[in-house]
Ligand binder design. Structure first.
Ligand SMILES: [Zn+2]
Length: 476
């Protein structure tokens, strides 16, 4: 997924300085991008392994040692291959590697829905079109280009840099990051992770208004609520009706939101965005950060769905299924409740909270495991890694480069309220930062949608950004 882009009041800024990417690098980046878009990597008909192999060939052709370029395919899942490349750093740095993360798979796209063929790379009116141009073959191309360019220039990074290009971030049951961490941990072990799938630069009328960096993530969890009943003839209603019982339980959930909880990342976020907000919101954000937080301010900010999702664990009913005939009392009533859990809490802890809020022993609350689509009595007990601000090293590099390319916009660490593959690396104890800095107009986010596209100038600017940013982190 791609991060939710943040709305802020526009500030007029001077034009960004012109990029400093040479012609050969631009041509290389475009060619890699084209090749990736034209390899279908959807879960249904696509082949992730083909894309992993195509990228592997480029590294081998550039002179990377075969042992440092590995296409790894899970057993029995021939189309779900992953690529892991290691760029060797200078000997004796004593520092653990940096892991660059990107997914090769894309969301389904139907030709009849699109203006152009989603698996053709089309450049038109200043945009690149195709499935994955925004999420996230753009950033895969940017990261691959950067390492190949470093190699061509003879640059040796001050520490190892690992690139992992993976499968099934968008869906499917062969998530590459999860699998690599379980089966090949040594290949991807790193001090921290830079994920190109989150973060992002938001522009308004072409001017950058914020440079987002995802520094924390909420956990995703689905729960199934079930009420069963012997049923019977609908002409003789009984007081025990499964649908009413479930509806009442859902009503109680709706009226019992989870408490306010701030962490260092969301505190920093509200402190920063207040400067660009309306006077009312700015005052509320200030009161929110007070000790204790002002209850009225919390209530007002929580009316905004975006802010609400940053302030609370949220749970919402998303599916309903009940009854078997119009003239029969329901024997089963079932709902799915989707939760987005703040860092530091486990899915099992939240299941317990749901049981309490439902307050009815006849409503079973079970966990739905998304990877295998099975329903379980208990949920995982492991909480996400506690949120941490990006290290000074990462922030300083980011701020320095952002100031050059998007002057005045400001780097704003934030919490991802959706989810990316960082959830696996965070769970594995590796600090993970979403730094997919590519400029997208605020109201033109087309990831997962039809006619997905990216500005041509934004793409080359991202190549420029990432080369400077990674270079700065590795002693260039
Ligand atoms: Zn994505």
């Amino acid at each position: 997924m791609r991060s939710i882009r943040l709305a802020m009041v526009a500030v007029l800024l001077p034009c960004a300085v012109l990029g400093q990417v040479d012609e050969a690098t631009r041509a290389l980046a475009r060619d890699i991008f084209r090749e990736l878009i034209q390899i279908n990597t959807t879960d249904s008909a696509g082949d992730n392994t083909a894309a992993a192999k195509a990228m592997a060939k480029r590294f081998l052709d550039a002179g990377f040692a075969p042992g440092d370029v590995q296409v790894l395919v899970p057993e029995g899942r021939a189309t779900k291959g992953n690529l892991v490349v290691r760029m060797r750093g200078a000997a004796g740095s004593g520092r653990k590697p940096i892991l660059l993360l990107g997914h090769l798979d894309v969301v389904e796209a139907r030709r009849e829905d699109w203006t152009t063929d989603p698996f053709e790379f089309v450049e038109k009116d200043g945009y690149f079109y195709g499935r994955g141009t925004e999420d996230m073959k753009d950033y895969v191309a940017v990261m691959v280009t950067t390492l190949l360019r470093f190699r061509r220039e003879g640059f040796v990074p001050s520490r190892d840099v690992i690139l992992a290009l993976t499968s099934d971030e968008e869906g499917g049951t062969a998530n590459g990051v999860d699998w690599l961490l379980k089966k090949h941990r040594g290949l991807v072990e790193a001090e921290f992770v830079l994920n190109g799938d989150a973060g992002g630069v938001t522009t308004e009328n072409g001017k950058a208004i914020d440079v987002g960096v995802a520094a924390a993530e909420k956990l995703y969890a689905d729960y199934q609520l079930t009420v069963t009943n012997p049923g019977g003839h609908s002409s003789r209603p009984t007081p025990e009706n499964a649908i009413y019982r479930l509806a009442a339980a859902l009503g109680r959930l709706e009226r019992a939101p989870f408490p306010l909880e701030l962490n260092p990342v969301t505190r920093g976020y509200f402190a920063k965005v207040a400067a660009h907000e309306t006077a009312r919101n700015a005052a509320d954000m200030k009161a929110l950060l007070g000790n204790p937080p002002d209850a009225g301010a919390v209530a007002r900010l929580s009316e905004d769905a975006r802010y609400n999702s940053l302030l609370h664990t949220t749970c919402v009913a998303t599916r309903l299924n009940a009854g078997h005939a119009n003239n029969a009392l329901p024997q089963t009533a079932q709902a799915v409740v989707n939760c987005r859990i703040l860092p530091g809490h486990s899915p099992e802890e939240i299941r317990g909270e749901l049981v309490k809020r439902v307050g009815d022993a006849k409503v079973a609350v079970r966990y739905v495991d998304g990877a295998t689509n099975t329903v379980m009595e208990r949920a995982p007990g492991q909480a996400g890694l506690a949120p941490a601000m990006p290290t000074a090293e990462v922030m300083q590099a980011l701020e320095r480069v952002a100031d050059t390319l998007w002057p005045g916009a400001g780097v704003v660490p934030n919490m991802e309220t959706g989810a990316s593959d960082s959830k696996y690396t965070l769970a594995a104890g590796m600090p993970s930062f979403g730094v997919g800095e590519i400029a997208i107009e605020r109201n033109d986010d087309r990831s997962h949608g039809k006619d997905e596209r990216i500005r041509v100038s934004s793409f080359y600017e991202a190549v420029d950004f990432f080369g400077r940013f990674l270079g700065s982190l590795t002693g260039k």
